[in-house]
Write a protein that binds this ligand. Structure first.
Ligand SMILES: C[S@@+](CC[C@H](N)C(=O)[O-])C[C@H]1O[C@@H](n2cnc3c(N)ncnc32)[C@H](O)[C@@H]1O
Length: 228
């Protein structure tokens, strides 16, 4: 909730986005992005949904991956393009201006080795998020991986008490600025499994209430979860 309230404000101006997120997470998000990049191989075809300023995509490009970065904000995409160009890696990057809710319209099935989403899925209701996860399942090749890092609802009662005690002071200003209150994601791992993935690894950081989750689209005959 805290993170997304802040995110909504900083997303309005991409030039303040990166330092603001680094400040808010005490650098944790940068560490998590480094960890995600370690899982990418040269030649991988990667889709980063809600790519923002492209700091994660740039890490993938440096590993020799071909990257599609999708975001609904032109300003964010412009910054992502400039970042990749400054590193001389923009030829391996395709920027797509569209909504995460339209993935099957934009990309053919089984196109990607890896799909990543960092701090992007909390922007959606649980229902929408489940649709997005199913779309990711369609777009990944069998054996492909879905890697998500996001702010989650603390499951442990003590951690939850600490978290909400710290955060409650942000609800009123957040509502006044954004006209809505955004909460952390509940049951992310369960939603990922329900969407047809097998979880490979999961790590949480209680203070920031962040989760890094890596899942695989199994090779077996998973049900086709497309909703027509
Ligand atoms: C909190 S930022 C995270 C950016 C980046 N993934 C990162 O970790 O730095 C969320 C991003 O999602 C994008 N976004 C929000 N709603 C979206 C939607 N419906 N479709 C595509 N992108 C969206 C925003 O423009 C923003 O760039």
């Amino acid at each position: 909730m805290l993170m997304y309230g802040w995110m909504k404000w900083v997303e309005l101006a991409p030039q303040r986005y990166d330092w603001a997120v680094t400040l808010l997470t005490g650098g944790r998000v940068n560490h998590i992005k480094d960890k995600i990049a370690e899982k990418i191989n040269s030649g991988d075809r990667v889709l980063d949904i809600g790519c923002g300023t492209g700091t994660l995509a740039l890490r993938f490009l440096k590993k020799g991956a071909r990257v599609d970065g999708l975001d609904s904000s032109r300003a964010m995409l412009e910054k992502a393009g400039a970042l990749a160009a400054a590193a001389g890696l923009d030829r391996q990057l395709r920027l797509v201006h569209d909504s995460i809710t339209r993935l099957p319209v934009r990309f053919p099935d089984q196109q990607f080795d890896v799909i990543t989403a960092t701090l992007a899925l909390g922007e959606f209701s649980a229902e929408y998020r489940n649709f997005i996860l199913r779309d990711c399942h369609l777009l990944l090749r069998p054996g492909g991986r879905l890697i998500i890092a996001d702010e989650i609802y603390p499951e442990n009662p003590f951690a939850r008490f600490i978290y909400f005690s710290l955060m409650i002071g942000f609800w009123i200003p957040q509502f006044l600025i954004l006209r809505r209150v955004i909460f952390p994601i509940k049951g992310l791992s369960a939603s990922v499994v329900e969407s047809g993935f097998a979880i490979l690894s999961s790590k949480t950081w209680p203070i920031n209430s962040l989760q890094l989750l890596c899942a695989e689209k199994p090779f077996d005959h998973s049900p086709d979860l497309r909703v027509d």
